[in-house]
Design a protein around this ligand. Structure first.
Ligand SMILES: [Zn+2]
Length: 148
């Protein structure tokens, strides 16, 4: 929509001019009381990268030890079952070491517990969010050029 006063520039917003609501461009609306700004929403959502990450839950050592004790297994027995060394498993239980996702998965399976939590990491697009944008004919032509 073009400015209702000059008709030359795209309308910026609705201004109250002499009691009438008119769509005006920035220049014509200067000094006038603006009624409402015309919000131009982005057509497509910002390019957001979101990845699903896995991590070992906090307190893994206690969870593993309690589950192992419920099963009545010794550290050695459980280590054998998951094909890891007893020293490594002991270090994990004492939380001196954090199990790898691979080891944690083996422990989950062996003990029937949850040790891995999934969370979504989302990174911003890095683009400044513009809440207000004027679309000019040049912009539209530029957009058409890009599409074609
Ligand atoms: Zn104007």
């Amino acid at each position: 929509m073009d400015c209702e006063i000059c008709g030359r520039r795209p309308a910026y917003g609705e201004a109250l001019i002499e009691g009438a609501k008119l769509m005006v461009c920035k220049a014509c609306g200067k000094g006038a009381q603006m009624v409402a700004k015309r919000e131009v929403k982005k057509e497509s959502a910002p390019m957001e990268r979101s990845e699903e990450e896995e991590d070992v839950v906090e307190g893994w050592g206690r969870r593993i030890r309690e589950a192992r004790e419920r099963k009545g297994q010794s550290v050695e027995e459980l280590a054998k079952e998951i094909k890891e060394s007893a020293a490594y498993l002991q270090a994990i239980e004492a939380e001196r070491m954090k199990p790898t996702i691979k080891t944690a998965k083996k422990l989950e399976k062996a003990l029937g517990i949850t040790l891995i939590e999934k969370y979504v990491v989302s990174g911003g697009s890095g683009l400044e969010e513009k809440s207000f944008k004027e679309i000019t004919l040049e912009d539209l032509l530029e957009a058409q050029k890009k599409e074609g």
